[in-house]
Write a protein that binds this ligand. Structure first.
Ligand SMILES: NC(=O)c1ccc[n+]([C@@H]2O[C@H](COP(=O)([O-])OP(=O)(O)OC[C@H]3O[C@@H](n4cnc5c(N)ncnc54)[C@H](OP(=O)(O)O)[C@@H]3O)[C@@H](O)[C@H]2O)c1
Length: 286
């Protein structure tokens, strides 16, 4: 991208936005620094029209899957209405709006990795709001949707950090009880740092409007992911498989949502490389 690009980055402080921010050349407007709430249409319009972005990297979202199940309207207010406010604000310009979406737009019944043209069918409220966000984005002539999955980074709330903290606690207290982790949901874990670099590379190559899948290569269960984290941390903690039914979470989860692509676009490295990269960061800051 040109060093003159003007980037409007939503979701600062979030996993993906933080990873993207350090990679952007040019002027960057970070919504969090300006205390911009995407639910406030007038404020979004004023901020976008004052900054005049070439590209909006729209990473902000209501991302609590179980929270959305209990409060779908709150999730919709951010994911759907917030996105509409951005699109309304760039109308009349040629700004590209890049929205990030999720493997949870699929029902998980395909039995093979999902490609971009597969039919969505979300099972939970979060997935419904993200699918509606995709449609808002694609209604814009310069709208790009990047679907990713199972994001983790060295900051924020994510599965890798939760497992590392739980395993450290067990090891320190010499608790013999295993960590019990769901083994019948399969997905494509993605390191936010790898995704951010891939997004910037793809935009540099001229990624246009449409839907694209970008996720860590390969697939695994949450239990396998947890075992990888515990092994790399060198902790003497057993990780035992449980079923989705035993986990008893408020939001239903799809069983198999590995993502792959049918497009000639850059892809992040495999999920194991992603875990190795984040563990390097996490173990360094111990
Ligand atoms: N996390 C995953 O596993 C995952 C998987 C697939 C796809 N995705 C998608 O990838 C994107 C990035 O996810 P992420 O993990 O980086 O998210 P994240 O860490 O949860 O960060 C989301 C950011 O959005 C901000 N935000 C929420 N409501 C807002 C509002 N009303 N106005 C302005 N900002 C608001 C949050 O700010 P506060 O903290 O101040 O609320 C936070 O900074 C999202 O579109 C998400 O749906 C995520």
């Amino acid at each position: 991208m040109s060093p003159d690009t003007r980037w409007f980055l939503t979701g600062g402080g979030g996993q993906l936005a933080d990873a993207l921010e350090g990679l952007l050349d040019g002027e960057v407007f970070v919504t969090r620094e300006e205390h911009l709430d995407l639910r406030d249409a007038a404020a979004v319009t004023a901020a976008v029209q004052a900054f005049r972005p070439n590209v909006v990297l729209h990473t902000a979202a209501y991302t609590d899957v179980d929270g959305a199940e209990r409060a779908e309207e709150q999730a919709r207010a951010v994911n759907v209405h917030g996105t509409r406010h951005i699109i309304d604000a760039v109308r009349g310009t040629s700004a590209q709006v890049v929205s990030f979406s999720t493997d949870y737009v699929f029902d998980g019944r395909k039995g093979a990795p999902y490609v971009e043209h597969d039919e969505p069918g979300p099972l939970n409220a979060y997935g419904r709001t993200k699918l509606a966000q995709e449609r808002e984005t694609l209604a814009w002539a310069h709208g790009t949707v990047i679907r990713t999955a199972w994001l983790f980074s060295a900051t924020g709330r994510n599965f890798v950090r939760t497992i590392l903290a739980a395993a450290r606690e067990r090891a320190a207290a010499r608790i013999a009880e295993p960590l019990r982790v769901v083994d019948d949901q399969i997905g494509s874990p993605t390191y936010a740092g790898h995704l951010a670099a891939t997004v910037v590379e793809a935009l540099g190559e001229g990624l246009g409007p449409g839907i694209y899948h970008m996720a860590g290569g390969g697939a695994c269960s949450w239990c396998e992911l947890a075992r990888e984290v515990v092994a790399l941390a060198g902790l003497p903690v057993e990780v035992a498989p449980i079923t989705t039914a035993q986990a008893d979470r408020p939001a239903p989860r799809p069983a198999f949502t590995a993502l792959t692509t049918e497009r000639a676009i850059p892809q992040p490295p495999c999920w194991q490389d992603g875990v190795a990269a984040v563990m390097d960061e996490l173990l360094d800051t111990r």
